[in-house]
Design a protein. Structure first.
Length: 153
């Protein structure tokens, strides 16, 4: 790319770290609530006890897969349809591909995997935004996506 990403989408600045973390916190609360409902659905099967591999074997793996599917569906449905989760909407953020298009399901999977790397390395991929010329996180660069700030209405 010869031009910077920010010049390609004039008028929509890239989101900063604090705004992104604010939206992530909102979305975390929502995802946790959905996970709690899913967990409650498993409780009748376990007599109200925690699902552990020593007591329930394969059920624990099914439960973990269910939680992963919840995360993928939560972000995937919002990002592929509207380009923003509820938390992102509250913070006036939208996720888009480099070309301005909405994400595909393949983009969603790649972005979630890349964002996990950015998170588990002490948020290093997010702190990178402060030094990146286009205010992009590692996972933005790796997946050719960006989070933009929408104008006030």
């Amino acid at each position: 790319m010869s031009e910077s990403v920010s010049s390609e989408r004039a008028g929509l600045p890239s989101a900063g770290v604090l705004r992104r973390l604010g939206a992530m916190f909102y979305d975390l609360l929502l995802v946790l609530a959905v996970m709690m409902v899913a967990t409650a659905a498993f409780l009748p099967l376990t007599g109200g006890e925690a699902i552990t591999s020593d007591r329930y074997g394969a059920w624990e793996y099914a439960y973990r897969v269910l939680l992963l599917v919840i995360v993928i569906l939560f972000f995937g449905l919002f990002w592929t349809r509207r380009g923003q989760t509820l938390g992102m909407a509250a913070w006036r953020l939208r996720l888009e591909r480099e070309d301005g298009a909405a994400l595909t399901w393949a983009d969603v999977i790649k972005r979630l995997a890349a964002a996990t790397v950015s998170l588990v390395l002490a948020l290093a991929g997010y702190w990178w935004i402060w030094i990146d010329r286009d205010k992009l996180a590692w996972h933005d660069r790796w997946t050719r996506t960006r989070v933009v700030v929408l104008p006030k209405k």
